[in-house]
Structure formats: structure tokens, C-alpha cells
Design a protein around this ligand. Structure first.
Ligand code: CA
Length: 537
């Protein structure tokens, strides 16, 4: 679908606020906190040193944990980019906000928390990646990437139209944010800034200063890099997320098309060759020369070694190439988070400000032999979450509670003293943030993934997760159940659904799942409705 952003932008500007917004609340002088929502795209918690430093040090992101709270059990409701963003903005599960996958555009009649904050007197701004297929409502100012956007010299859409800004996307999103603080901040109002990185989304194109460094690094392999998927059902076996067989050789691993041709390597997908073939259109001659100076020698070496490489060695090579570029993209995110935090510190903007760092979901960094996300299995189900709020959150604290991206909207509204709309489905995190943990009583979370049949071929599934167990139902073209004992099987390698020792657990979890589906208003009718939507397309 081709969208005329200029027209959409103009329409969004003149449309009136929906009448069902809560009554306007006047912004009190410095009583309502400022909110900075920092989110990366596909940033795995395994790649944040506050969680584990086996892959990379992220000293700047870690500052939010040192000064605030680290969540060890944060998760998403539907592990894929745009749906996660819709859940965050609306405080509703995908089946109610309607944004079930990356294909259908976001329904802009949905009420989002930024609209409510803006209506209550907040100054609001969004910079970076939204990926909705339309412009955001509720923002005094926004500059967003069209769709996935580009790493180099990206286009940005604002309500004035589209412009190309030369530079590296992670640096630019930070520049735009700091420029907004410097030149357009209305100091009489509290603010909401949504600072949304494109990185480290595929195809992992790092900044020059980082690819030059990271291409010489090597990283420890995960225990399940050579997973054979035994002990699980058809979904894990049939998913097309394998590093060796499903990752693009050129776009992702940075092989040049002529090198692939010479070695007889077929493109993995029909967009495999695009990034390198099309780079003249988007990168400057200088950027290309620098890229070639680093990536050409890697290609030459691979060409030399390829004929004698075993399948295992190819997998290991692909894992290292993946980590070098993925983690180099994270390095730029961490630097830029540091730059923004330094700016806030220098301008006394930390005191009454909630700062969240999270990702739109987790990501596989070679676990189960995979890249990408989508599954309810841990690496994509869980997501990083660090929050600082000086004076409210105890520095260096940690929460193991099961919190979700569903909870942000109500958290921010409660922090601002606004009663959330009744149909929001999350829980405010304020009791956890302020140490009133007895007010928190969630014991289970709900998950539902839809985008199938589609890229990566991860089957439709829904499930319930407690701290102890995970029960999953894969449906549509299969009818398979999986149960994992989360304490005994942390790598999730053994489905114990049919193990008689777990018969009682299965019964109990199934009953809880029925209740949970009812509580969140999900149903077989809705499952079918979203299947029909695909069939009609
Ligand atoms: Ca994502």
C-alpha cells in the first residue's frame, strides 16, 4: 500500500480530539512529572550489561538501573514491532486495539496515552521510529521514519512533510530530541518525549566508528546455537528464523552480491541483495568508501575460506557476523542514550522526570539457532526494562514481577494524576516503582501472536505465563499445546505437556488460560476474525 504521508499528516492535525478522553486536568507547577520514553527496536536484554555483560558493555543504559529500577521479568503481549507499539500507546491488547501484525495500518480512532497527556497540558514530542503506516496523534511535534526507515541519511516525516537528513539514524534521533529541548521546550508545561530508535533492527548497519571496531571482535556462542528442536512441537521446527538457512547473506551478513555469485551462494530472500545493490541511492560516496574499507577485506577472507567450511563452521561464522553488526548498532544506541542523559543532567531535567528504557520486544541472539522474535519463548517474550525517577524510585533497586508493555499507558497517566480510561487493560507500575509492592498482585500474563502465514513462518499462538510455568496453544493449521517448567528448564527445550507428572499443572493452567482470555475479552470468535482478515487480503 502506498500512503500519502503529507495528506495524512494534514488530516491528523485538524482532526478533533475524541470526546471520550478524560476531562482536562490543568498541569500543576512542577507537580506532574516529565516523561521520557526511550525505546529501541529489537534490543535483546541479553545485550544490555545491566542484565549480563557476556556480549557487550552498555554503561549509559545501565545508568538507569544504577539510578533506578531494573525489571528482570518484563515481557510483551505480542512479540513484534508495530503491534507492540500499539499496545504501548493504547494500553490494550492487540485483539482490542486492532493492530495484530505489521501489515494492517494502526486504527487512529484508538485513544492513546500521549493524546490524553497532551489534553491534560503536557508538551509532547516524538522522534524516531513508529512504523504504524500513519502519523501519530497527540504530539505537538513529531519527526518519524517512514516504515522501517534507513540507517544512513534517513528520511523523516513531520507535519510539514518529508525531509532527508544526512547522517547516522541513531545520532540524528538524538540530535532532533536535544534540538527540541534547546529550542522549542515550553518550560511552563510538563513534557512527554518519545525517543524511539530504529536500531538495532535488521539489517544491522552500524555507524562507521562502530563497524570498524566490532568487525574484529568475537563473541561467546549461546548454549542452544545448534538446537535440533527435539522435544518441542512443529512450530519451533518449522519457523524460518535460522541463522544459517534463513538470514540474508548480503543484506544481513554483508556479503557483496558479486562474491555470492562467485561462490554460488543463492540469495535467501528476494530482498537479500537490495541493501548493497541500492546503497548508491542512499549513501554518500564517502560513506560507501568507508564501508568498503572495512567490509571488503571481510568478504575477501570469506571467499578464501568458504570452499573448505563445514556447515557448523558456516553457522559459527554467520553468528559472529550477526553479533558484530548487531552489537555495533547497540554501541551507538548506548552512546546516544548517554548523550541525552548527560544533556538532561546538565540542564537539571532529571529531578522530576521518569525515564524509561525498553525495547518493543526481545530478540534471539543465536539462541535456538535463531534471529528475530515472534515466539512466546523467553528471548523474544521478555524485553529489557529500566526506569529511573529520582526521589521516587530507590536507586539500584530491582523488580522480578511480571510486568508488560501493556502497563506503560496506565503508569504514565497515574504518574500525571490522571484517571485512565476504563477500557485500558494494564496495571500501573507505580506501586512497584515506589516500593508499595503489596499493592501489586498480578500472577500471570497473557500473550497472543498472529502474523502467520507470513515472513519467518511462526505459527499463530496464544498462552499464559506465570513465574513457574508457560502454557502455549499453537493453532490455525495445527492444534498443538506446549508446557514449560520455567524453573527446571530455563532454556525451554522440553515440552512437558504430555508428561503425566504435569497433568495437574496442565489442568490448572488451562483453566487459568480460559479465565485470562475472558478477562481480556479475547475469544475464538476474535481468533477467527483475524484469520478471515488474512484470507480476505
Ligand atoms: Ca521490533
Amino acid at each position: 500500500m502506498k500512503i500519502n504521508y503529507k495528506l495524512l499528516g494534514a488530516a491528523a492535525m485538524v482532526s478533533a480530539l475524541p470526546s471520550c478522553l478524560p476531562a482536562e486536568k490543568k498541569a500543576g507547577e512542577n507537580t506532574q512529572p516529565n516523561i521520557i520514553f526511550m525505546m529501541a527496536d529489537d534490543h535483546a536484554y541479553q545485550a544490555i550489561s545491566a542484565y549480563s555483560n557476556h556480549l557487550i558493555e552498555t554503561p549509559n543504559i545501565d545508568r538507569l538501573a544504577t539510578e533506578g529500577m531494573l525489571f528482570t521479568n518484563a515481557c510483551v503481549t505480542n512479540s513484534i514491532c508495530a503491534p507492540s507499539r500499539a499496545v504501548i500507546l493504547t494500553g490494550k491488547h492487540s485483539h482490542l486495539n486492532g493492530k495484530i501484525d505489521n501489515r494492517f495500518p494502526f486504527d487512529t480512532t484508538q485513544i492513546t496515552f500521549p493524546q490524553i497527556l497532551q489534553n491534560a497540558g503536557y508538551q509532547t514530542a516524538m522522534f524516531g521510529k513508529l512504523h504504524f503506516g500513519n502519523n501519530p496523534k497527540g504530539f505537538d511535534e513529531f519527526k518519524i521514519l517512514p516504515g522501517q526507515g534507513r540507517y544512513y541519511n534517513p528520511e523523516f516525516i513531520s507535519n510539514k512533510g518529508t525531509e532527508v537528513i544526512e547522517g547516522y539514524v541513531t545520532d540524528l534521533i538524538t540530535d532532533l530530541s536535544i534540538d527540541w529541548f534547546e529550542n522549542r521546550r515550553d518550560k511552563s508545561k510538563p513534557f512527554l518525549l518519545m525517543y524511539l530508535h530504529k536500531a538495532p533492527h535488521r539489517e544491522w548497519e552500524p555507524a562507521e566508528r562502530h563497524y570498524q571496531e566490532y568487525i574484529h571482535k568475537s563473541f561467546p556462542e549461546p548454549a542452544t546455537l545448534f538446537d535440533n528442536y527435539e522435544g518441542r512441537g512443529s512450530a519451533a521446527k518449522e519457523a524460518e528464523m535460522n541463522l544459517l538457512t534463513h538470514m540474508n547473506w548480503s543484506g544481513d551478513s554483508k556479503l557483496y552480491p558479486d562474491v555470492m555469485e562467485e561462490l554460488g551462494i543463492e540469495p535467501t530472500t528476494d530482498w537479500d541483495l537490495k541493501p548493497l545493490k541500492n546503497r548508491e541511492e542512499v549513501m554518500t560516496a564517502e560513506q560507501i568508501a568507508s564501508w568498503d574499507a572495512t567490509y571488503k577485506p571481510m568478504n575477501e577472507e570469506f571467499k578464501k575460506n568458504f570452499p573448505k567450511m563445514t556447515e557448523k563452521e558456516k553457522m559459527q561464522w554467520r553468528y559472529q557476523r550477526y553479533m558484530q553488526d548487531y552489537l555495533a548498532c547497540i554501541a551507538a544506541v548506548d552512546e546516544n542514550v548517554g548523550r541525552l542523559l548527560d544533556y538532561l543532567d546538565e540542564n537539571n531535567l532529571r529531578e522530576n522526570t521518569i525515564i524509561v528504557y525498553t525495547s518493543d520486544q526481545g530478540f534471539y541472539l543465536g539462541e535456538h539457532g535463531w534471529f528475530d522474535k515472534r515466539f512466546i519463548y523467553n528471548e523474544s517474550f521478555k524485553t529489557p526494562l529500566l526506569i529511573s525517577w529520582p526521589g521516587k524510585i530507590e536507586a539500584g533497586s530491582r523488580s522480578d514481577e511480571m510486568v508488560q508493555n501493556l502497563d506503560f499507558a496506565q503508569t504514565f497517566l497515574e504518574a500525571a494524576g490522571i484517571t485512565p480510561p476504563e477500557d485500558m487493560q494494564g496495571e500501573s507500575l507505580i506501586p512497584l516503582l515506589t516500593g508499595e509492592t503489596d499493592k501489586w498482585n498480578r500472577e500471570e500474563v497473557y500473550y497472543h501472536y498472529y502474523e502467520y502465514p507470513a515472513v519467518h513462518m511462526v505459527k499463530r499462538h496464544y498462552g499464559i505465563v506465570t513465574k513457574e510455568f508457560k502454557l502455549v496453544h499453537f493453532y490455525y493449521d495445527v492444534d498443538e499445546w506446549e508446557l514449560y517448567d520455567r524453573n527446571k528448564d530455563t532454556l525451554e527445550l522440553k515440552n512437558v505437556y504430555n508428561d503425566p507428572a504435569y497433568a495437574e499443572v496442565v489442568k490448572d493452567m488451562k483453566a487459568k488460560l480460559v479465565d485470562l482470555r475472558a478477562k481480556y475479552h479475547d475469544s475464538e470468535e476474535l481468533d477467527q476474525k483475524f484469520i478471515d482478515m488474512y484470507d480476505e487480503k
